[in-house]
Design a protein. Structure first.
Length: 499
């Protein structure tokens, strides 16, 4: 799996039409991510980088129809050269068509696998991280308030941009910019802690002033950090998420979906330091002059704690959330026998642990039986790998296949899509001459550069950071050069934002 659809807020983030295996199919028009604040020009860990050793640059014509490389130097394309990609065909996979007819809860059941669980929370997703597939979804693209599961994104950005030994000094704004009743550690203005200590306070205690302090440490302001959160969410393929703070306290413009949170959780729990902290049961938070005693922190996520009846074997990490508007929210990642699952629960009324356990049990049962549920598989929502011995295609229906090198698409005639672009389940994908899908990279086609998101879908009307520089993909997905972008920013002949 990997992403789905949405729309975003004016100044801060941009939505991308996103569709990967476990994402929604179809293209959604969204506002671009403007290069505001301190983010432009900064190279963040995990941002898209140009391939090492690329011999081509934007503006240079290629001898082959399609060739890998990335924006950098060169004479640049003219903005007038933008054009839609030429498509060799439009396909709707049979499984996607069937899935699109379902509403509410989706899942499958056969005599050889567990029954699809009945989830009481309003929104939920069960994501098989190992096989990149959504196994279950309920209102997966409905917007909900996330509450403190927001702090997973906060922790991920902090770990990408800071050293654990960095010192965080808390401002008066950080410790007072809170709503009544918000959970805190009693940190006072002027208190200092390391980034590592703050992360334990953030993920175990869910301290809201700690989230503010970390946000200011990274970006200088909470709003600036929210911009980074939105940019990161967009880069992960989130299409229905918008953050305005680092802690998840109530705000009408602070929302996400179960599908988007699955993408964020996947990225977060790929970070070993975050996993270590988010699976810690007890931690001694240091004393300060204002509070001269060590504070004993205990993990709030009960499924992580072996002393709790809710404990679940194989937990990688997780985060709880609750506000009056959000209800109970819960993110949980667990791994057994080589299968990693992520469960997202939104808008629950005290059923979040029972719902999560039911979905984890269901997911691991499917993995053990070799079944796949009815969630979308493959970048375009196809049916997943179906190969006979020797690699011959065993199905005549169009579908996605994945191997150790990446995703390929089998056309109705049984051949792999290669050196061509296709619209599959509403998204545009392009395939290299070796038949593998282009993803998370710039690619030159007919002398024009296009960017393909991590899901493989073509990026349109959005900003993209590559190698510490910002580029804009226009309404056709082409690299915009030598002019003013629709949101009013100047780019040079190479497509680089002129700061």
């Amino acid at each position: 799996m990997k992403k789905k659809k949405w729309k975003i807020h004016a100044k801060q983030a941009a939505a991308l039409a996103m569709a990967m295996s476990l994402m929604i199919s179809g293209t959604v028009q969204a506002e671009p991510i403007p290069p505001d604040g301190s983010a432009p020009g900064q190279t963040a860990q995990g941002s898209v980088q140009t391939p090492q050793g690329s011999s081509q640059t934007p503006g240079q014509s290629s001898q082959q129809e399609m060739g890998p490389a990335g924006p950098g130097t060169g004479s640049g394309n003219s903005a007038s050269a933008s054009r839609p990609l030429s498509l060799s065909g439009t396909v709707t996979t049979s499984q996607n068509s069937q899935a699109s007819q379902n509403s509410g809860q989706t899942g499958s059941q056969s005599s050889s696998q567990a029954a699809v669980p009945q989830i009481k929370a309003e929104g939920a997703v069960l994501y098989d991280v190992t096989r990149n597939q959504v196994l279950y979804e309920k209102n997966a693209d409905t917007r909900y308030y996330p509450a403190s599961i927001t702090k997973i994104m906060t922790a991920l950005l902090v770990l990408e941009r800071c050293n654990l030994n960095d010192t965080v000094t808390f401002s008066q704004t950080a410790v007072t910019n809170l709503e009544s009743g918000a959970v805190t550690l009693g940190v006072k203005a002027g208190d200092q802690f390391t980034v590592e200590q703050c992360l334990y306070g953030l993920l175990l205690k869910s301290a809201n002033e700690v989230a503010n302090g970390l946000a200011e440490h990274v970006s200088g302001s909470i709003s600036g950090f929210a911009d980074l959160m939105n940019q990161k969410a967009a880069s992960l393929g989130c299409t229905n998420t918008h953050f305005v703070n680092a802690n998840g306290l109530n705000n009408a413009n602070h929302y996400t979906t179960a599908r988007d949170m699955a993408l964020i959780a996947d990225a977060a729990f790929s970070n070993p330091t975050l996993c270590k902290i988010a699976s810690t049961v007890n931690y001694d938070f240091p004393a300060t002059a204002s509070i001269p005693s060590v504070r004993k922190l205990t993990m709030g996520h009960k499924m992580v704690n072996p002393a709790k009846s809710e404990y679940y074997s194989g937990i990688v990490g997780g985060k709880t959330g609750y506000t009056s508007l959000a209800g109970n929210t819960l993110v949980t990642c667990a791994e057994r026998n080589g299968t990693r699952l992520a469960v997202i629960i939104l808008k629950s009324r005290q059923t979040h642990y029972a719902d999560t356990k039911a979905l984890l049990d269901y997911g691991f049962s499917l993995a053990q039986s070799g079944s796949t549920g009815s969630g979308t598989a493959g970048p375009g929502g196809g049916s997943g790998s179906q190969q006979s011995p020797g690699g011959a295609v065993s199905s005549s229906s169009p579908h996605w296949e994945e191997d150790s090198k990446g995703w390929r698409f089998v056309k109705s005639n049984g051949s792999y899509a290669a050196n061509e672009c296709m619209e599959i389940n509403g998204e545009v994908y392009c395939f290299k001459p070796d038949s593998y899908m282009v993803s998370n990279d710039w690619y030159q086609i007919g002398g024009i550069w296009y960017f393909f998101r991590p899901s493989g879908g073509l990026a349109k009307s959005r900003w993209i950071e590559t190698g510490g520089k910002w580029y804009y993909a226009d309404i056709n997905g082409a690299l915009f050069t030598n002019g003013t972008t629709p949101d009013g920013y100047q780019v040079d002949a190479n497509g680089v934002w002129i700061q």
